[in-house]
Design a protein around this ligand. Structure first.
Ligand code: SF4
Length: 282
């Protein structure tokens, strides 16, 4: 029986990227290879906001405070908060998914989003069992929200390709490569060979989603796009405004939208921020 360490499991609307607005189950796995402490900070500085959250004061993920700088899902990878992310049997996860879905199935047009943390870091062996059980209750669309640095293991790749070919499962990778504004190093974050491997899944409609706030970030996004294209990767590119809280999000939403319109790139909102205040579980 496979297990996954689960930070959050909830049903909401996809807030970002190609499938914005689609009703979806979100499985947020625990663990990430990055910390992205640079988000929302002046370049070269790192947020310490999450360090001020006392992990012992919380027993429920949904009660955690939001942060306006650094990674907004800090509790999905910071070991201090690991007690809030239980290691769950896949069968238990699937039972909870059934409870979350309005009619107990993925029928109609509901997607499964496996996110993180970094969902391809630690749990790849458990995904075939999970995906199979979800397909048994009607799943047809699956998205991995990844930072694009973790190799897709052969076993999972073969399984996904088999399901895409024999059962028409659509498998997408929403690849949010981290630019220097995240605080991560370019050479660790932009890894074309890893991304190329994701795109071998049959029928995938994967895309890049770069988080930006300044013109420098936008230049970095264009540089990353060029680096990927030089490696033969040509998939849709979305720019998305930084901001886990309304005050930050609203500051640069319009500028990013204008840039996308004027330069022929796709704009991704983050509808969970204005709609749901980006609360945990939304
Ligand atoms: S890659 Fe994503 S989950 Fe990991 S630290 Fe960065 S923003 Fe957070």
């Amino acid at each position: 029986m496979s297990k996954i360490k689960v930070s959050e499991l909830f049903y909401s609307l996809q807030g970002e990227g190609q499938y914005v607005g689609v009703p979806s189950v979100f499985l947020r796995t625990f663990g990430c290879n990055f910390t992205c402490s640079g988000f929302g900070m002046p370049r070269g500085q790192f947020s310490t906001e999450r360090n001020r959250v006392d992990p012992n004061a919380y027993n429920d993920y949904r009660d955690l405070p939001l942060v306006s700088t650094g990674c907004d899902s800090y509790a999905s990878w910071d070991p201090k908060f690991k007690h809030l992310s239980p290691l769950m049997e896949v069968s238990t996860i699937v039972e909870k998914i059934k409870e979350l879905l309005p009619d107990g199935t993925f029928g109609g047009d509901k997607h499964l989003i496996i996110t993180g943390g970094e969902p391809l870091l630690g749990w790849q062996r458990s995904y075939p069992e999970l995906i199979q059980a979800c397909m048994d209750i009607g799943l047809t669309h699956l998205t991995f929200e990844t930072n694009g640095t973790q190799e897709l293991k052969d076993e999972l790749k073969e399984y996904l390709n088999h399901m895409a070919t024999t059962s028409g499962l659509e498998v997408n990778f929403s690849i949010s490569s981290k630019l220097p504004c995240s605080g991560e190093k370019w050479e660790d974050a932009i890894v074309p060979d890893v991304v190329k491997n994701y795109l071998t899944i049959k029928g995938n409609r994967s895309y890049f989603k770069f988080v930006v706030s300044t013109t420098e970030d936008v230049s970095d996004a264009r540089r990353a796009q060029a680096e990927y294209e030089a490696a033969g990767i040509k998939i849709p590119v979305y720019l998305m405004p930084v901001g886990g809280v309304n005050s930050v999000y609203e500051m640069n939403e319009r500028q990013v939208a204008d840039y996308c319109r004027d330069n022929g790139l796709r704009f991704s909102p983050r509808i969970q921020v204005p709609l749901f205040k980006n609360a945990w579980g939304t």
